[in-house]
Design a protein. Structure first.
Length: 188
DNA sequence: ATGACGATTTACT
DNA sequence: GTAAATCGTCATA
């Protein structure tokens, strides 16, 4: 699932139909009960992790470090509390909305490239917070996933036949060896 | 009610 | 490379 989400469009629709969207460029898989890095590891159920037991295709948004949000797509069913963390987006639509949410402070070209490079940064860019937790991504008007259009739909050169790289996961040192599992997937 | 921590980001040395 | 920011979440009491 984490691999297949690469290249798809994550779409945020704000009140009034205003859209912010971007190409999913980096994902990370969390393998549920048997993954020490997964919030649902060993079957732990709390108010927060209960979201992971929703049917596949729901959103899992959580709050970390006192200031950041992270967005996941729930995978698996009740017995498979798994998720894919979306780690980076290349913004393709909605710059006016992004700029507006930042008080119309100008962004350099470099800042535009990296405005959604990171799980928390992408949530800030798309105005994703806990109010978007537990939503059905197949029916929600607020947040959903689309097939890529235009240039985004073309195959990516230079990364071999699969079109992505697999790398160790980030920010989960407490999980020991599991951090080294190649479950982080990066597009060109 | 309390305390420790976090699937991060940023700024600064 | 180190550190601070900052609060929801959860285990403990």
């Amino acid at each position: 699932m984490a691999q297949q989400l690469l290249g798809k469009q994550l779409v945020r629709q704000l009140p009034g139909g205003l859209r912010i969207s971007g190409e999913i460029a980096e994902t990370e898989a969390y393998l549920g009960l048997e993954d020490p890095a997964c919030h649902s590891f060993s079957g732990k159920i709390t108010p927060r992790t209960s979201t992971l037991y929703l049917p596949a295709g729901h959103s899992y948004v959580y709050f970390v470090y006192g200031m950041h949000h992270c967005f996941n797509v729930v995978c698996g069913d009740q017995s498979q509390p798994e998720a894919v963390l979306i780690r980076a987006l290349r913004i393709t639509e909605g710059w006016e909305q992004i700029l507006a949410s930042r008080g119309h402070e100008p962004l350099s070209p470099r800042q535009r490239e990296t405005v959604a490079s990171g799980p928390a940064k992408l949530c800030r860019a798309l105005s994703i917070d806990l109010s978007l937790n537990r939503l059905d991504l197949t029916t929600s008007e607020q947040i959903f996933i689309e097939e890529p259009r235009g240039a985004e739909a073309l195959p990516k050169p230079g990364l071999g036949p699969l079109g992505f790289m697999a790398l160790p996961r980030v920010g989960i040192d407490y999980a020991g060896d599991a951090a080294l599992w190649p479950l982080r997937f990066v597009l060109a």
